[in-house]
Design a protein around this ligand. Structure first.
Ligand code: NAD
Ligand code: MG
Length: 358
């Protein structure tokens, strides 16, 4: 088991990572003598609620199980959670636990931020993506028909308990999707870590506990370092969006249904690497290293068939990371060194779009 402290002054909190944490009461020591409620979804709940209820000596009345899926990340579901908390007279001193992937984490965190102007919450992430990404940084939200994560709040958890045993039941596509974000951290902030991922990818795909613990720890550490500099995303935090502007265009193009987020990001990472070589920054060899790693992880490296450069340009113009009407892209100066660039060469972007769509 490893513990990482996310340093955010009086909002600092520990992330505990290891195998079997769900059945270890000591991991939940902060919750001793607190009233606890759990929000989960059908998939995570079915598998892991019995253990968690036993560990915390709770009963099924202390749990709200929501249907699974991104389509459930709505204001309507949030209202259900808030209604349920009110109906059960949950006090301001209570703690809300989110057991599940990023959808449950974002939604339960959002409700914890709103309920009686803010109560404590603990994340128990059960997908690789939520363990390496949504558990750090305090962003919580629900989707709106006009856009993803458009209604939200910043609210840091009191602790994060990432039990890597939960990854054993994760569908392989979901595991790979989480690996895309792990690879992203290496590419944008730590070339040594990227090399380690190349060497340990097969172990991670085989769910080796030691390799996964290290990958999650380092990913959270890199994200936490960037978030600590910029909790509310006015500057460096945008670097975490490496590959995401291209990725969001793919997600929008495919209607947020066929492609998982990490799959779209994976292609986005390949495109960002390619464009960084077009800019004369990243070597062709290093861009190829990234693409081949992404491919080995079982992730796509090309956009969906039929998506044109024009589709990309139009959809990228609608990305949240657009400042003052100009697309800003995160690019690589070299492996492990990223920059947010608004004054990139338009020709480099067009060359990359062409290269990836023919
Ligand atoms: P998810 O929560 O939908 O989980 C993916 C699927 O796996 C779901 O069907 C879920 O029910 C199932 N599942 C969860 N745990 C399982 C397990 N252990 N075994 C088997 N099945 C399991 O999706 P996700 O990929 O975890 O998270 C995506 C969400 O996270 C998006 O809504 C995204 O916006 C959000 N997110 C937030 C942040 C942030 O900073 N707050 C960062 C990244 C992503
Ligand atoms: Mg992401």
């Amino acid at each position: 088991m490893r513990t990482l402290n996310v340093e955010l002054g009086d909002r600092s909190y520990p992330i505990r990572i290891g195998a079997g944490l769900l059945s270890d009461r000591a991991q939940f020591a902060e919750l001793e003598n607190r009233k606890i409620k759990i929000v989960t979804d059908a998939n995570a709940g079915r598998r892991y609620l019995p253990t968690l209820l036993y560990t915390l000596a709770l009963t099924p009345e202390d749990v709200l199980v929501l249907p699974a899926g991104e389509t459930q990340k709505t204001w309507t579901s949030a209202e259900k959670i808030l209604d349920w908390l009110l109906a059960s007279n949950f006090g301001r001193d209570g703690v809300l636990i989110a057991l599940g992937g990023g959808v449950i984490g974002d939604m339960a965190g959002f409700c914890a931020a709103l309920y009686q102007r803010g109560i404590d919450f603990v994340q128990v992430p059960t997908t690789l993506l939520s363990q390496v990404d949504s558990s750090v940084g305090g962003k919580t939200a629900v989707n709106h028909p006009r856009g993803k994560n458009m209604i939200g709040a910043f609210h840091q958890p009191k602790s994060v308990i990432a039990d890597i045993n939960t990854l054993k039941t994760l569908p392989p596509r979901e595991l790979a999707s989480g690996l895309a974000e792990v690879i992203k951290y290496g590419m944008l902030a730590d070339a040594e870590f990227l090399k380690w991922i190349e060497q340990n990818l097969d172990k991670m795909l085989a769910l080796d506990a030691e390799a996964l613990t290290k990958a999650i720890y380092r990913s959270c550490e890199l994200k936490a370092r960037i978030v600590a500099q910029d909790e509310r995303e006015s500057g460096p935090r945008a670097l975490l969006n490496l590959g995401h502007t291209f990725g969001h265009a793919i997600e929008t193009f495919t209607g947020y249904s066929e492609w998982l987020h990490g799959e779209a990001v994976a292609v986005g990472l390949c495109m960002a690497a390619d464009m960084s070589t077009q800019m004369g920054w990243l070597s062709v060899d290093d861009a190829l290293r990234c693409t081949s790693l992404i491919q080995r992880a079982g992730l796509p490296t090309r956009p969906p068939v039929g998506m044109t450069p024009e589709d990309f340009l139009e959809l990228m113009g609608h990305d949240k990371k657009v400042a003052a009407g100009k697309v800003r892209l995160v690019l690589l100066r070299k492996l492990g060194v990223s920059v947010l660039s608004a004054d990139f060469d338009e020709k480099a972007l067009l060359a990359t779009l062409k290269h990836f769509t023919t």
